[in-house]
Design a protein around this ligand. Sequence first.
Ligand code: AMP
Length: 509
Amino acid sequence: MTANLFDRLERAIADPTRAAIATTAGNVLTYAGLLAQAGRLANVLAARGVKPGDRVAVQVEKSIPAMILYLATVRAGGVYLPLNTAYTLAELDYFIGDAEPSLIVCDPARRDGVAAIAAKIGAGVETLDAQGGGSLTEAARLAPESFPTVPRAGDDLAAILYTSGTTGRSKGAMLTHDNLVSNALTLREAWRFGPDDVLIHALPIYHTHGLFVACNVTLFSGGSMIFLPKFDAGEILALMPRATVLMGVPTFYVRLLQNAGLDRQTAAGMRLFVSGSAPLLAETHREWRARTGHAILERYGMTETNMNTSNPYDGERVPGAVGLPLPGIAVRITDPETARPLGRNDIGMIEVKGPNVFKGYWRMPDKTAAEFRPDGFFITGDLGKIDDDGYVHIVGRGKDLVITGGFNVYPKEIEDQIDAIPGVVESAVIGVPHADFGEGVTAVVVRSGEGAPDEAAILAALDGRLAKFKLPKRVLFLDELPRNTMGKVQKNLLRDRFATLYARPDRAS
Ligand code: AMP
């Protein structure tokens, strides 16, 4: 056996007759079927010229064959490179030019556009549609099941995932076989996953959350997943009686709470609700507990590091905290300027080190070097603190920090206060260019409608609760906050939209 993730997965499968993946349309794939189909597809990939270390770029809808394509790529020694289905052809041009895959798999509707891009680097093109049909599946039907898994070292690449890149160019995070397997096994233990688990899988499979956290953890446990093409509150509630775990982004939980069908009885057979990828409001945590009797388990990770911290399975799951460092993973808080380690409760840069942390950014040695400390800690870019009980709290991305009149303002502190005001659904605090202060603290608020507070009422409610320099200079209202597919609030869009809020009128005109 080598360190290839596929080898290790194969060894972990105790009962090949069990279902690995089912769809709401009624398709079921057993572990035996999964191994066989991964063999067929690996043969196709090898026949198409995919050699060990070659990238296979994949932009397809979620389906069982799409999941198998990930395993087949790794089995063939290739490097799996999933791409967000929302990317346009112009965006694909960048990723493909940067990663230089030897094969690109896309939806049949995109074939011509992708072929033009592929031609520039001499890559092959195959298709896979939302139902699992296409040239790849056709070829796999005729291919043999047996395939000798390509030996790989633990340090060899298994995948490249491009970061969402809200500032600057998106970077390819290089993830090794050991990165992925170590995290899957760590989470399996931490969250007590086993063969009897049935995961409701409603996340996309081009992102670390849906692909590695959800799929790897379930498969390495011998459990099964029910694939939903996308989030659907009604479908999720209908599946709960025959499932045990849900993994979601905070928006899932907010939307499920809006559904009258969510109650203790519906959730009675579930053993675990996991949230991550964006901050879960403490309010949502409490409401969920009151409605279902379950405390959501919030964890924290990122594309570059897989998962770093998790609230405990047994023990207190603290609303608003992302939990304790996972076993084998070190987390520390440092002064962003001097890199000096900070003490308990001090806010600073979150740095992590462990077998989960990626190898570096694809073809960006300078960027990679700049984001690691000499002692191997990765600088996450997230600001946070570790409290007296060792729980990690995130206060926001470093780039979202507001510096006003020379003072640092951590948006989350202001957002927590605003969110607690009756009639406020949620808020985002941003820094907007301001001639006097450098940046002006600005709150963008979503209200619940009837009787909800206006700007003056919100400012009055905050007065006396926050130091003067932290008070928003303006409070603006929107019907909803802009979010990406992983539920992250896109503060960069808010900053762009309100960029001229404090601009002085042009005196010359
Ligand atoms: P991504 O690489 O797309 O997974 O995004 C990673 C980023 O999402 C992290 O660096 C955090 O800023 C944020 N994130 C992930 N999980 C959480 C969480 N539980 N609470 C707050 N932010 C989170």
